[in-house]
Design a protein around this ligand. Structure first.
Ligand code: FES
Ligand code: FES
Length: 158
């Protein structure tokens, strides 16, 4: 077994001091070493987007990043979206518009959409659909996901 490296990950504003092999993915470290299991793992090779988190304000596929690369960066996961009991507008919109079916892909969609809208609040509809098509929902519930993100975009612009 290769040697472990000490690394501190900052997830939703909290520091997690962990020891990981250099090859450990950020996705595995978030889930297994830091116990934040809201981030889901699907394909493990960058295709499905289920593992999307926000790293330094950009949506990132955490299965494609090593944990050691994330040291010193601000990582946001689905657990950090709500403000206490108050859901983030994106979470509320997914609830209101039936944007989640099985829900396995949902954290990845939420983080992708939040990350994109924070950077580009007035993103065109065409570009938004293009971005969302990069994540896979195996229930093929895209219509309601798109509807949810459009509704949240309006809310986030307020
Ligand atoms: S698990 Fe990371 S993209 Fe599929
Ligand atoms: S809700 Fe996305 S895979 Fe089912």
């Amino acid at each position: 077994m290769s040697e472990k490296t000490d690394v501190t990950l900052t997830i939703n504003g909290k520091d997690y001091a962990i020891a990981v092999e250099p090859r450990r993915t950020l996705a595995d470290a978030i889930r297994e070493d830091c116990g934040q299991t809201g981030t889901h793992i699907g394909c493990e090779h960058g295709v499905c987007g289920a593992c999307t988190v926000i790293v330094d304000d950009a949506p990132v596929r955490s299965c494609l990043m090593f944990a050691v690369q994330a040291e010193g960066k601000a990582i946001r996961t689905v657990e950090g979206l709500a403000d206490g009991d108050k859901l983030h507008p994106m979470q509320q919109a997914f609830m209101d518009n039936h944007g989640l079916q099985c829900g396995f892909c949902t954290p990845g969609f939420l983080m992708l959409a939040v990350g994109v809208l924070e950077r580009e609040p007035n993103i065109s509809d065409e570009a938004l659909i293009d971005v969302l098509s990069s994540n896979l929902c195996r229930c093929t519930g895209y219509q309601n996901i798109i509807k949810s993100v459009r509704a949240a975009a309006q809310e986030m612009r307020k």
